[in-house]
Design a protein around this ligand. Structure first.
Ligand SMILES: [Zn+2]
Ligand SMILES: [Zn+2]
Ligand SMILES: [Zn+2]
Length: 189
């Protein structure tokens, strides 16, 4: 088997198997650290899920190296959400100030219901108390199509998208519907 040096540091062996060029494990780990997380466990392959822990808040996460190669935004969703919220609050408190019951209302207005870890809908009385910080992502399902979605109030406040774009599955099928109509009308297919 050909041994290739790391494409970045040139010192260690490429972590890619089959003699393909690529970075060494040390340089791969450095990419995780640059995104403000510490990689954990042994590197298996570029596509294999890798555990990490946020350097700022200590929360764990999982992502393969392949998906972060060209990323520049820090990895921890929780910390990114918190910073977006704090920045928003400092800029425009009237738009951004919210508490857990506001988040609960926003979830419903977007056409979602909160679910527990195994995907079961939570009783209405339990929903607000399940919300942690207002900038956290929440597991939800769409009330129309039951597709699982991730809801984040901070993303909603920072975007100008219309309510029907909130469910990924409904948006995709609606978009597909428009396409069919469009192509049908102009006999393009
Ligand atoms: Zn290297
Ligand atoms: Zn974090
Ligand atoms: Zn839906």
């Amino acid at each position: 088997m050909t041994v290739r040096p790391c494409s970045r540091c040139g010192k260690n062996e490429s972590a890619n198997r089959k003699g393909k060029p690529g970075r060494c494990v040390e340089c791969i780990d450095a990419i995780y650290r640059a995104l403000k997380v510490d990689p954990e466990g042994t590197f298996v392959s570029p596509g294999a899920p890798r555990n990490y822990r946020c350097q700022t808040c200590g929360r764990p996460g999982v992502i393969p190296y392949k998906e972060i190669q060209s990323r520049s935004v820090e990895l921890c969703d929780w910390c990114v959400g918190r910073r977006m919220y704090e920045d928003g609050l400092a800029r425009d408190p009237e738009h951004w100030l919210m508490d857990q019951s506001d988040v609960d209302r926003m979830v419903r207005e977007a056409g979602f219901e909160m679910v527990d870890g195994s995907g079961r809908t939570l009783p209405e009385s339990q929903m607000v108390s399940r919300i942690g910080e207002v900038w956290e992502s929440i597991d939800v399902v769409c009330v129309l199509c039951a597709a699982p979605n991730t809801f984040n109030a901070v993303h909603i406040l920072s975007s100008s998208s219309k309510p029907w774009t909130h469910c990924y599955a409904c948006f995709t099928s609606k978009f597909a519907g428009w396409q069919n109509e469009f192509y049908g009308k102009f006999a393009l297919c």
